[in-house]
Write a protein that binds this ligand. Structure first.
Ligand SMILES: *[C@@H]1O[C@H](CO)[C@@H](O)[C@H](O)[C@H]1NC(C)=O
Ligand SMILES: [Mg+2]
Length: 277
C-alpha cells in the first residue's frame, strides 16, 4: 500500500513538473516544495487509492486493472474477447451507469460536430453519414444492466427478446449528431447487424425515441455468413458505387469503421460491454 502511494505521488509529481523525471525530482526537489505538492495532490491520491489498493474491487492482484483493460478495448489492442472479465463487472457497470460513459461519448460527438463544420457539402443530396444502431443510436443498457454488464456470454434468445420489446432508449449524444446532420442536409443512413426480420420493431423503436428522416435502413439479410467488417464495408461500397459520398461513419465497434470504404472520417463510440469482430 505504502509503495503504491509513493508510486502515485511520483507519477503525479512527474506530471506536474513536465519532463523532469521522478528520480531527479526526488533528488533535487526542496523538501518544502515536495510537501506542497504532497498537499496539493493528496485528494487525488485519495481518489486513486481504491484503484490500486488490494482491497478495491477495481484493482487487480497481478492482473490488469479494469480501466487499463477498457482502454485496451477502445484502442482495439484487446480484440476478439467474448466476455468482460468477471472482476470488471462493477467497474464497467459504474462506467456505463454513471457520467463517464456519457462524458466519453460527448467528446466523440463534439469532435464529429466540429468536423461537420469544416465540410464543404455538395448540397446535391448525395452526402450521407453512416450510423450503426446498437450502442450507437440506441442503447441496450437496460438489458445489459440486468445481465452482468457483458460478463456473461452472449445469449441470443434473451437479447433478441429484449430487442423485440422495442424499448431501447436513444443515446442522447448521438441524437445530437443526428439532428445536426439533418439540419445541414447530410442524410443519415443506418447500417446495422440486426436482422431483416427485426426491421419493423427497430423502426418503431427509433421513431419512439424521436429519430426519423433517415435516408435508408439496412439490416442483415438472412443467409449472410461473412464477418461484420465484410458485411458493413460491402454495404458502404454499394453506397459509394451508387454515387453517394460517405462524409462520416460512426459506430461503437471497430468492425463498424474498419474495411474500405470506411467513409471520409470515422468516429468510435465507447463500448466496454461486448465485442463484434
Ligand atoms: C438464455 O436466455 C433464455 C431466456 O431468458 C434462458 O431460458 C436460457 O437459459 C439462457 N441460456 C443460457 C445459456 O444462459
Ligand atoms: Mg453497435
Amino acid at each position: 500500500m505504502a509503495m503504491a502511494m509513493v508510486r502515485v505521488l511520483l507519477l503525479v509529481a512527474m506530471a506536474l513538473v513536465g519532463s523532469c523525471s521522478a528520480w531527479e525530482l526526488k533528488i533535487h526537489m526542496p523538501t518544502k516544495r515536495l510537501q506542497a505538492i504532497d498537499e496539493a495532490v493528496a485528494p487525488l491520491i485519495h481518489a486513486l487509492r481504491p484503484l490500486l489498493g488490494s482491497g478495491g474491487e477495481l484493482g487487480s492482484r497481478g492482473g490488469v486493472p479494469c480501466d487499463s483493460w477498457v482502454l485496451g478495448v477502445e484502442a482495439h489492442n484487446v480484440r476478439d474477447w467474448k466476455t468482460v472479465p468477471a472482476k470488471c463487472e462493477g467497474y464497467v457497470g459504474h462506467y456505463m451507469l454513471g457520467n463517464h460513459y456519457r462524458r466519453d461519448s460527448k467528446v466523440v460527438i463534439d469532435e464529429a460536430l466540429a468536423y461537420i463544420d469544416t465540410l464543404k457539402l455538395s448540397g446535391n443530396g448525395k452526402d450521407i453519414w453512416v450510423f450503426d444502431i446498437d450502442e450507437t443510436m440506441l442503447s441496450n443498457l437496460p438489458y445489459y444492466a440486468k445481465n452482468g454488464f457483458g460478463t456473461r456470454p452472449y445469449n441470443a434468445t434473451s437479447f433478441n427478446a429484449y430487442v423485440l420489446e422495442g424499448s431501447a432508449p436513444v443515446l442522447p449524444e448521438t441524437k445530437r449528431l443526428y439532428k445536426k446532420l439533418l439540419s445541414v442536409g447530410v442524410k443519415p443512413f443506418f447500417l446495422t447487424g440486426r436482422a431483416e426480420d427485426q426491421r419493423a420493431i427497430t423502426v418503431a423503436n427509433l421513431h419512439s425515441q424521436g429519430i426519423s428522416g433517415w435516408m435508408d435502413l439496412k439490416l442483415k439479410q438472412p443467409g449472410f455468413k461473412g464477418s461484420a467488417v465484410a458485411y458493413k464495408s460491402g454495404e458502404r461500397q454499394k453506397l459509394q458505387d451508387a454515387g453517394y459520398v460517405i462524409v462520416g461513419n460512426i459506430g461503437d465497434q471497430w468492425s463498424d469503421i474498419l474495411g474500405a470504404p470506411e467513409g471520409a472520417r470515422t468516429f468510435k463510440l465507447p463500448d466496454p460491454i461486448y465485442y463484434i469482430g
